[in-house]
Design a protein around this ligand. Structure first.
Ligand SMILES: [Zn+2]
Ligand SMILES: [Zn+2]
Length: 167
C-alpha cells in the first residue's frame, strides 16, 4: 500500500485511500487475539508546503481473551491516524521536522505504520467487564458464573506480610 509522496507534493492533490486489509497477522503478534474483522482504512493523502500528510481513521473489531477469565470479549477500535512525510533530500534538520518521516525514493509503504498504530491501540489488559472476577485460583472455576465455595483467604502468612507492605 504505497503512496507516491513526490506526486502528492508536485501536483498538490488530495487522494482518498480506502481499503479493507486482512488483519490475521494480529493473531501472530498478540497471543490473546482470537479473531479480527478486516482492518478498515479510511485516509486522505495530500501535499501541502512540501510536506505530504496522510490522515484519517483506522478501525477494526478484535476478539480478545479476557485477561482474567479468558472468555472471548469483543472490542471495536477506532483510532485517528496522521503521519507526515517529506523527501529525505528536502529535510533540513529543523526542529519542526521532528515528527516528519523522511522518504528515500519518492514513495512510502503505509502498511507498517498502519499496523503499528493498530497494535498500540489494542487494550493492554483486555477485560470482558470492568469488574470481571476471573478464575478461582484453587479450582479454576469462572467466578463470574459460579461461586465455587473455595476459601478465598488461604493466604500464606509471608504473603500477608508482603500485602501489608503494598497498602
Ligand atoms: Zn473476564
Ligand atoms: Zn474454586
Amino acid at each position: 500500500m504505497e503512496i507516491q509522496v513526490k506526486d502528492l507534493l508536485s501536483k498538490g492533490m488530495k487522494v482518498p485511500i480506502r481499503r479493507s486489509l486482512d488483519a490475521d497477522w494480529l493473531r501472530q503478534v498478540r497471543k490473546d487475539v482470537i479473531g479480527t474483522s478486516p482492518l478498515e482504512v479510511d485516509l486522505t493523502a495530500s501535499g501541502e508546503d512540501g510536506v505530504a500528510h496522510v490522515e484519517g481513521e483506522l478501525s477494526i473489531e478484535v476478539e480478545l481473551a479476557c485477561s482474567r477469565c479468558l472468555e472471548p470479549t469483543k472490542e471495536r477500535i477506532a483510532v485517528p491516524f496522521h503521519e507526515r512525510f517529506k523527501p529525505a533530500a528536502a529535510m533540513d534538520g529543523g526542529s519542526e521536522e521532528e515528527e516528519i518521516i523522511p522518504v528515500e525514493d519518492g514513495k512510502i509503504d503505509l502498511e507498517p505504520l498502519i499496523e503499528e498504530t493498530i497494535m498500540l491501540s489494542l487494550p493492554f489488559v483486555p477485560l470482558c467487564v470492568d469488574d470481571c472476577k476471573g478464575l478461582c485460583q484453587t479450582c479454576g472455576a469462572n467466578l463470574n458464573e459460579q461461586n465455587c465455595g473455595c476459601s478465598k483467604d488461604r493466604i500464606d502468612p509471608r504473603m500477608a506480610a508482603l500485602k501489608d507492605l503494598f497498602k
